[in-house]
Write a protein that binds this ligand. Sequence first.
Ligand code: BGC
Ligand code: MG
Length: 521
Amino acid sequence: MSGREWWRQAVVYQVYVRSFADSDGDGVGDLPGITSRLPYLRDLGVDAVWVTPFYRSPQHDHGYDVADYTDVDPLFGTLADADALVSRAHDLGLKVIVDLVPNHTSHEHAWFQAAMAARPGSPERARYLFRTGRGADAGEPPNNWLSVFGGPAWTRVGDTDQWHLHLFDSTQPDLDWRNPEVAAMFADVLRFWLDRDVDGFRVDVAHGLLKEESLRDQRGQRTEVDHFEMGGLAEDAPMWDQPEVHEVYRQWHRILAEYAGDRMAVAEAWTSTVEANAAYVRPDELHQAFNFDWVLAPWSAPAFAEVIERTLPAMAAVGGTPTWVLSNHDVQRHATRYGGGAVGRARARAATLLSLTLPGSAYLYQGEELGLEDVEVAPEHRQDPSWFRTGQPGRDGCRVPMPWSGDRPPYGFGPGTGQPWIPQPDDWAPLTVAAQEADPASTLAFYRRALALRREWLRDAGDDVTLTVLDDVLTVRRGQVTLAVNCGSRAAPLPAGETLLATGPADGGLPPDTAIWVRTS
Ligand code: BGC
Ligand code: MG
């Protein structure tokens, strides 16, 4: 991994805007709320904040349906609030990454409104993917593709023979990236935010912008939406990861390079191989890509080792930097994924320590530093579009608002007693930031310590790692630090060296579901 740009070894904290901090008491998190809590993030010890979409949007997919890319939704604040957030973050030494949603717009975007008002074959329609339906009366969708959120990926335009493509919700029409107007519009959007001093972009559905031109049927399609992996692992996927998409990122690379300060972009690209993923971070494309193999790995030493051994050479081959992701707003929180309860939380801490050992950068998701687990959200409170399309619980459980203080909801999420947009559980009082700040054995105290030690011992420790797997204990040696994580069911010997940090009690042996950092010289 060449170069010393800030993002290559950064710890990035993902803020899910609706659920981080609410300044005005309407129950929905907002930009002034984030700004007021930036000192908390500085004290936590992260390097950058990634803020999920806060642009004008009817909120059918909580902002991933953008109606205006260069304005702030009144729900979240104003452009002046966005500027204030960026400048306060910079004052505190934090970088800011904003979300960019280029695969689709909202159906309320001026372009889609114009397209619906225009005739088939018009330039307005040519910015999206409108096609004629199949069957005698065009009553069947143009192909067999399914929406990631369930159901067909096409919606019929009234009773005409035209349908429009949406790989996500019907309110998120896909743009036609073969139309140069689309690329030109996004070049302007990039510049708009770069001029406002953001340090980077998280690129939503980066592997989806270009579809195979024929829009042919998908072969061997699965009918169930059981995982938020966006068909990236499907054998035949004419809607994902097409070679032409890389030209888009070459153009963006040139735009980012016009600005001082190592501006960057990180791809959300669900691909079938790590080599396909690494293609997004070739030297003239984007800068990073989320490592979803890390999310998908089960709690197992050989499984973790295998992902590390696969990731490092693939990234090195393109001069890229690996990333380590355990949780985000689309997947079950890792404490829940690893079994939930005390065991899940212990494993989650241990997996976090493992992530923080590895070369490259780590992406944290708000609330994991509190040991939050997914919440069982009652059906009447669910808002994920996939719930409405499939009747499956969806992603609301990992999006419940942060508990800051106090002993009952809203736990300081907003002023007063107003309740947040999704109810918080009654038993979160011990998990609030205030409660954990008072407890040196808390998950929050562990994260602060781990991030401080990472800066001191690991951030600049180079790319070489030595891995060993023995009896379901994974040992990683990097620089002067040795990590051991016990994924087995029996205590294991402690690695030799001076203890820097352990994720739980570790006297005389390394218990199951525990990890430790020791220093060797
Ligand atoms: C985002 C999701 C969103 C989808 C559609 C994903 O990559 O992370 O939250 O629903 O894209 O924009
Ligand atoms: Mg608010």
